[in-house]
Ligand binder design. Structure first.
Ligand SMILES: [Zn+2]
Length: 194
């Protein structure tokens, strides 16, 4: 690889960087700009998620009906909600039925159908979250159900890159039975708007 005079070290900061040593001046200028922003990453803390609702609802649903049933109801509700909303917009898409195998709902029933759609979405999302909450709060150490609770603030680190902002979020949970600490990190890319 040919060496150049434009801050070679900066090229190595991001692995998988396609800029090589012998790139044109313009592209190198871009790397230097990018590196400069990387050095100025923003670190801050936000409040932990509010789990008050799920903390009550999830144990109730899981303990009464079992995880499998709650999951099945969630899936059925979400599929039914999609069918409901597609049936509602079915005649609107074109002059004819856009999706032939779905029913066409008369306009008089629009309000009722929208109401049913929101109820189904609400049940689907709540039941799905209840299952997820049950899985994510089981202690890895003492194996107790509904054990992990948010502990302290959520740490966020934002790094601006040419693609957008790379956000690293670290959430901390503590087991209310044995005190085990569980740190969970997620990475997301918030893409730049064109
Ligand atoms: Zn524990």
């Amino acid at each position: 690889m040919k060496k150049n005079n434009y801050h070679n070290s900066s090229v190595n900061i991001e692995s998988g960087n396609k800029f090589q040593g012998d790139t044109a001046i313009g592209e190198n200028a871009q790397i230097i700009k990018n590196t400069h922003i990387v050095d100025n990453s923003k670190n801050y803390e936000v409040d932990a998620d509010d789990v008050t609702f799920l903390k009550k609802v999830s144990p109730y649903l899981i303990n009464n009906y079992g995880k499998e049933k709650v999951g099945i109801i969630a899936a059925i509700s979400l599929i039914a909600s999609i069918i409901t909303i597609l049936s509602l917009v079915n005649p609107v898409i074109s002059g004819e039925k856009a999706i032939p195998f779905l029913p066409t709902i008369p306009q008089d029933y629009n309000t009722l159908v929208i109401g049913i759609f929101f109820i189904l979405i609400l049940i689907g999302v709540t039941f799905l979250n209840a299952v997820y909450y049950h899985s994510s709060t089981k202690c890895k150490k003492c194996n107790q159900d509904f054990a992990y609770e948010p502990f302290g603030k959520v740490k966020v680190r934002d790094i601006d890159t040419v693609d957008g902002t790379r956000r690293t979020t670290t959430k901390t949970y503590k087991c209310k039975f044995c005190g085990d600490i569980d740190k969970r990190t997620t990475n997301t890319l918030i893409e730049k708007e064109n």
